[in-house]
Each structure stands twice: as structure tokens, then as C-alpha cells.
Ligand binder design. Structure first.
Ligand code: GTP
Ligand code: MG
Length: 199
């Protein structure tokens, strides 16, 4: 699948402010700085659609993009950033939980993990929570350009082993690099196939 048109729609601080749920939606989530916004730009072949920052915590709202008038991308604010107050964290949790449990057009969540970072407690808790709430998700490893092929394989294996401690099977995985445009075709094919199942 090719992307021809990608438009920014809106930034929401709560579910009610999100666009009408008229198209299948793919949400991008993960720790602050994991590369959510960069991945969205890579997939849509657009350098500045989603705002990228070297400072963690850049994305603070639920940002919606309309792709080819047919599907939505939601760029979500990251979690796990240490320099965030308890109050901010509680606000984030409330917004995210509400979004995931009530967003009716949610087709799939892309949960992003930095391929260089070993499985973190809050990442594992987060996918547990998605599973328990019946939210469909797949795992996307980011920043693959930063390590060798061999190191990638080791890292993916560590994640698989860890996930199998609490899951019966490993969810679908994608290995990506926004820098090298790696994994783009595979992710777009996946989105296309889900869109077709839903239409
Ligand atoms: P928040 O919105 O703050 O939660 O961050 P985010 O997850 O949206 O991350 P963002 O896309 O802003 O990227 C964070 C940093 O990682 C930026 O400096 C990016 O340039 C860098 N980065 C993201 N993806 C890649 C990648 O695939 N390869 C490399 N080398 N750097 C990347
Ligand atoms: Mg971001």
C-alpha cells in the first residue's frame, strides 16, 4: 500500500475532542522519546507531519491524522518519562485508559519499544493491560539503525522470552528504523490488510 495524502486533523486532550470515529484508527504509543512521531512521519513519507523532539515528552495531546481519506493515525503522548509530576502522570493515565477503552473505531495499537532497551516493567504492564481490556495490539521495535543485525536478533529474542512469561503467544512484531525507512512496507501492508478486513 502507498500513502498519497496525510493531513493533520486535531489535537485532543480528551476522548470527546477526538474526530468522529468514521474510519479505522491506528494508535501509536510507547515510552517518551521511543520514536512514535518519527515513525508516523516515516510511514506517511512526510518529514514534519508529527512533531519530533530530542526532548522527551514532546507529544502531550492525542494528535489525529487522516490518511488518504480512509484511515486515521493517532499519535499518543508517551509514558514513563521520569521528570513528570504525579499529577501529570495521573492525567495521562486517565486520558489514555479512557481512549483505549472507549474509542470505538480503534483498529489496532502499535506499541513501540526501543530495540536497544531491554523490556521495562511499565512496558510489560502496559501490554498486559491492553490484553486484559481486549485491545488489539502489535509490537513495533524502533531505532533499529542504531544497532547491528546480530544485536537486533538478540534483543527481539529477549523480548519474546519475556512476553511468553505471561502470554501464550507472541504478538506480531515489526522491526523499524525511521532513519533508514526500515519496516515501512511491512507496516503499511499490515494496515492495508486490517483496513480490508474491516471494510
Ligand atoms: P514523545 O512525543 O516525546 O513521547 O517522543 P516520540 O516517541 O514521539 O519520539 P520522537 O519521534 O520525537 O523521537 C525522539 C528522538 O529519537 C528524536 O531525536 C528522533 O530523531 C530520534 N529517532 C526516532 N526514531 C529514530 C530512528 O529510527 N533512528 C534514529 N537513529 N533515531 C530516531
Ligand atoms: Mg511524539
Amino acid at each position: 500500500m502507498q500513502v498519497h495524502k496525510a493531513e493533520y486533523l486535531s489535537s485532543a486532550v480528551k476522548l470527546e475532542d477526538c474526530p468522529k470515529p468514521v474510519h479505522p484508527e491506528y494508535a501509536f504509543i510507547g515510552r517518551s522519546n521511543v520514536g512514535k512521531s518519527s515513525l508516523i512521519n516515516m510511514l506517511t513519507d512526510n518529514k514534519s507531519l508529527a512533531h519530533i523532539s530530542s526532548t522527551p515528552g514532546k507529544t502531550k495531546t492525542i494528535n489525529h491524522f487522516l490518511i488518504d481519506d480512509r484511515w486515521f493515525i493517532a499519535d499518543l503522548p508517551g509514558y514513563g518519562y521520569a521528570r513528570v509530576s504525579q499529577v501529570e502522570r495521573a492525567k495521562w493515565e486517565k486520558m489514555i485508559r479512557n481512549y483505549f477503552s472507549k474509542r470505538e473505531n480503534l483498529a489496532c495499537v502499535f506499541v513501540l519499544f526501543d530495540i536497544r532497551v531491554s523490556p521495562q516493567k511499565n512496558d510489560m504492564e502496559f501490554i498486559e493491560w491492553l490484553g486484559k481490556n481486549g485491545v488489539p495490539f502489535v509490537i513495533v521495535f524502533t531505532k533499529a539503525d542504531k544497532i547491528s543485525q546480530r544485536e537486533r536478533e538478540v534483543s527481539v529474542k529477549v523480548y519474546k522470552t519475556r512476553i511468553l512469561e505471561s502470554w501464550e503467544e507472541v504478538p506480531q512484531l515489526f522491526i523499524t528504523s525511521a532513519e533508514k525507512k526500515l519496516g515501512r512496507d511491512a507496516m503499511l501492508e499490515f494496515i492495508d490488510s486490517v483496513n480490508k478486513q474491516l471494510s
